[in-house]
Design a protein around this ligand. Structure first.
Ligand SMILES: [Zn+2]
Ligand SMILES: [Zn+2]
Length: 378
């Protein structure tokens, strides 16, 4: 097997450059017409080492070692440009990690495939900040994450579609700054309205948790419950899910940004933000119940285990890390006249609705009665 020991052109990694971006620039710099040719060279090398891997989703230390030989760059530096960088984030609970051992005395924790596919966007459905891209034509590691919806430096939303034809953009398109379908310049985006400070703070906090950006304490961070990110992050995810069950990582950045901001407001000014969130769940339950049963809550009523609020007083019970949430939930129940009743096999809640809840329930009950009368008449 005769393969060149290293590539002729070996560009340096740019600040915050992603692994995918580097591979595309490397292929272009060395005159490989397509990226797949570079992948072929790497796969041949890997085969010689008796290993197999996917260059776009590298999971083996040998892959970084091969690229290190081709580019004369330390394998760890290359791996830090990949999704494995996020294995060091503060959102993960302390646990045993598998290390990528590069064989030169350096290593890096491995980001498991399951986590990567959940939190990291795919290179064929990527996102970018038009201003960053205007400044320098490459794809940033920061943009790899679905939780990143805005550029903090330029205080603007990221984009994941061609501004002209709305096609998805790939990392290859971003590196060329051109849409792969219609050829439009990806930086020709009209600057959207400035982002609200709550949204930016939520985004800043998320990025700090992921190990991106400057971890200087912000007033916003101070109004969060004083718990480590690996406790707050799963709580944030549960709230996000409760608010918008259909959120996917391919949702447009603007929409993801809006949802993150709303979910974060439930964590700030703890526990007041969380109480407002629970109150909205309770109001939803009352609305649904009164419509379904034509009930106006003048007398107490029992909501069963299907109630959306039910989730919030059962989910944290067994986990001492979430005691602070349990305490907040109990205070909320008490102040809103909600009692939890449980038998050995069932949990439900007895709601004595206050004036405001009755105001919500009454029109819904009326509507339900009218609908029933209509049905009976027909
Ligand atoms: Zn930017
Ligand atoms: Zn286009």
């Amino acid at each position: 097997m005769t393969v060149l020991p290293s590539l002729l052109c070996r560009p340096a990694l740019l600040p915050d450059e992603s692994w995918w971006s580097y591979l595309h620039r490397l292929a272009a710099a060395n005159g490989y017409g397509s990226f797949s040719l570079l992948a072929k060279v790497c796969n041949l090398r890997l085969a010689e080492l008796g290993a197999r891997d996917n260059l776009m989703r590298p999971q083996r230390p040998e892959t970084f070692a091969v690229l290190a030989t081709l580019t004369h760059r330390p394998p760890r530096e290359l791996a830090l440009a990949s999704a494995h960088y996020f294995a060091q984030a503060s959102i993960w609970p302390p646990m045993e990690t598998i290390n990528l051992d590069f064989g030169d005395g350096t290593s890096l924790p491995l980001l498991r495939s399951l986590l990567r596919s959940r939190y990291v966007l795919r290179p064929d459905a990527a996102q970018f900040c038009p201003t960053c891209l205007q400044e320098a034509a490459y794809h940033r590691r920061t943009w790899m994450l679905a939780d990143v919806s805005a550029c903090l430096r330029h205080q603007r939303l990221l984009h994941n579609r061609c501004p002209h034809c709305q096609a998805w953009v790939s990392v290859a398109n971003i590196v060329r700054r051109q849409c792969g379908r219609c050829g439009a310049h990806l930086t020709d985006v009209v600057k959207e309205e400035g982002l609200a400070s709550e949204g930016l703070s939520a985004q800043r906090t998320l990025q700090v948790w992921w190990g991106l950006g400057d971890p200087t304490p912000e007033s916003y961070l101070e109004s969060l419950p004083s718990q480590p990110p690996y406790v707050l992050y799963p709580l944030f995810e549960l709230i996000l899910q409760a608010l918008e069950p259909s959120v996917s990582k391919h949702t447009p950045p603007a929409e993801r940004h809006r949802r993150q901001t709303v979910a974060f407001s439930a964590l700030t000014d703890w526990p007041r933000g969380f109480w407002a969130f629970l109150r909205a769940r309770l109001e939803d339950d009352v609305r649904l119940y009164s419509y379904r049963y034509g009930y106006d809550f003048r007398d107490p009523v029992y909501l069963d285990h299907r109630s959306s609020l039910n989730f919030w007083f059962t989910v944290f019970r067994e986990d001492p890390r979430f005691d602070f949430v349990q305490v907040a939930v109990e205070r909320f129940l008490e102040e809103n006249n909600v009692q939890i009743c449980s038998s050995s096999w069932k949990t439900w809640m007895r709601v004595t609705a206050d004036e405001d809840l009755q105001k919500i329930a009454r029109p819904m009950a009326k509507q339900a009665h009218a609908r029933l009368a209509e049905l009976v008449a027909s």
